[in-house]
Design a binder for this molecule. Structure first.
Ligand code: NAD
Length: 293
């Protein structure tokens, strides 16, 4: 007798981000060239106060991407011994400098320094990674603001792959100010019905299985498995977790959910490259706006 599986795995579409990132960066490169010709070279400043290796790697990858696109990138390394007062003074100086169009405050920060508190010193019109609590508040109020680049990348990927949002169910796992909360706000702005889950959520799978769009931003490899998903779910895996062999995995167990969801972003090659491209895109937007102010 032949056993017929009751729920045969369906095909899962890979929702890659590298082509989208390339397209965004091509636009950034031509806009940067135009602005430079006009005597307004777009400039991004990254303020770091850490000796964390993965942070140094991330900062250098932003600086390289910026340089490749014709954006001047100043890395202001204050060292792991920097004080909150020193970091704030630097952010205020850069905010007041008309030659600087984008400011990023890199994490981790030294003990005793609070990210949101310090990011409040980044001028909102230069807050290209949406770190100032004012930016998150404006986003929640539906006012123009830079969304954190990662949250913006989630939406850009969904649009690029033509995933409908209005009236759909969005579930976001993770409630950080840099990813979970702004991603939920952006989904809400697009008329999705949104649930936010976090470390205290009981029966996570009960919520995640209802998702048409599931955004996972936790930092725990293998958190999401087949039991958390439905066949119609599109999964955006924001997690980036280093592996022992120098690689990177997301929060979603790809082997487990493969064939059991409608779409899944790869890690690496999904949200990550789009995030960097959007940071640069926001810097261009800020430089262009400064022309008219
Ligand atoms: P975070 O540590 O600030 O927040 C993690 C969130 O996960 C918290 O809200 C917490 O409540 C929730 N959480 C923890 N355990 C949970 C559990 N068992 N079930 C449900 N929720 C749980 O992290 P973050 O800064 O938001 O980053 C999240 C992940 O996204 C990390 O892996 C980070 O490296 C990655 N990230 C990627 C990019 C990118 O560009 N691809 C950018 C930023 C962050």
């Amino acid at each position: 007798m032949t056993t017929i599986p009751t729920s045969a795995p369906s095909a899962t579409k890979t929702l890659g981000g590298t082509q989208l990132a390339r397209d965004i960066r091509a636009g950034v490169t031509s806009a940067a060239a135009e602005l430079t010709l006009l005597g307004l070279p777009p400039r991004l400043a990254v303020v770091a106060a850490t000796d964390d290796e993965s942070s140094a790697w991330y900062v250098s990858s932003i600086a390289k991407a910026a340089a490749k696109s014709g954006i001047v990138c100043d890395v202001v390394d204050l060292g792991a011994g920097a004080t909150p007062q020193g970091i704030r003074a630097e952010l205020e100086k850069l905010s007041a400098d008309p030659a600087v169009h984008g400011i990023i405050l890199q994490t981790p920060l030294p003990a005793g320094a609070n990210f949101e508190d310090l990011a409040a010193s980044i001028a909102p019109d230069k807050d290209v990674d949406g770190a100032n609590p004012v930016s998150l508040g404006r986003l929640a109020a539906g006012l123009p603001a830079y969304a954190p680049a990662t949250a913006a990348a989630v939406l850009a990927l969904l649009d690029h792959h033509e995933v409908p949002l209005a009236g759909r169910t969005g579930v976001v796992v993770g409630r950080s100010n840099v990813v979970g909360k702004p991603a939920a706000q952006l989904l809400l702005q697009r008329d999705a019905t949104v649930t936010i889950c976090h470390r205290h959520t009981r029966n996570l799978d009960h919520y995640t299985r209802t998702a048409d769009v599931l955004v996972v931003a936790v930092g725990r490899p293998g958190l999401i498995t087949a039991q958390h998903v439905a066949e119609h779910t599109v999964v955006i895996d924001v997690g980036t977790n280093p592996t022992d062999d120098g690689g990177l995995v997301g929060d979603v167990d790809e082997t487990s959910v493969s064939g059991r969801v409608a779409g899944l972003t790869p890690v690496p090659g999904g949200v990550g490259p789009v995030t960097t491209a959007l940071l640069l895109h926001h810097t261009i937007q800020s430089a262009s706006r400064s022309q008219h102010s």
